[in-house]
Each structure stands twice: as structure tokens, then as C-alpha cells.
Design a protein around this ligand. Sequence first.
Ligand SMILES: [Mg+2]
Length: 106
Amino acid sequence: MNQDILNKIRNFSKERDWDQFHSGENLAKALIIEAAELLELYQWKQETEKVQELKEELADVFLYAIMIADCYGFEIDKIIMEKLKKNEEKYPVKKAYGNSKKYNEY
Ligand SMILES: [Mg+2]
């Protein structure tokens, strides 16, 4: 994770005295609310033409995901790499190639 971005996120909250509201539960709720705002851009259609709004909602989702990781002291790069490794094991290319089934349905 880029340290400058992480510091900027931390400072934004600190300057406003908002850390008091940022429990794991509150941040998880905020993440899902922002994900729903992103999904709303696709309501009743397969694609969205609202590219700027898509960028902003996606950024909101990233921000809350980063804040949750920071709240628990997780190293973002490390947990992503660990999860990718697990996914590679669950979804070996030989079985998963061109296949949308869940790993337990192979
Ligand atoms: Mg939003």
C-alpha cells in the first residue's frame, strides 16, 4: 500500500475527529453502503454510462476497505497476496479456465 495515500486517508479522518466513529462494524457497514451506491449505477441496465460516478463510488469502496484493514493493523499488500495464493490453489487454471463454477462444484 502506498504510504502517502494511507497517511492522507488517516489525516482526513484525524483532522475531523472522525476516528471515534470508525469501529470495524461501522466501517464494514459503510463499505457495503458504498458498494450498493456503485451497484445502483447499474440498476435496470447491463452497463453504466456514468463513468465519473463509477470512479467515485469505486474510490469510496477502496477507501473503506483500506480503512478496515488499517483499523485492524493489516498490511494490505500482504493480505491481498495471501488471498490470491489461496485463490490460485482453489481455482487451478486447469480446472477453472473458462469455467465460472465455484471451486467446490468441480
Ligand atoms: Mg459514495
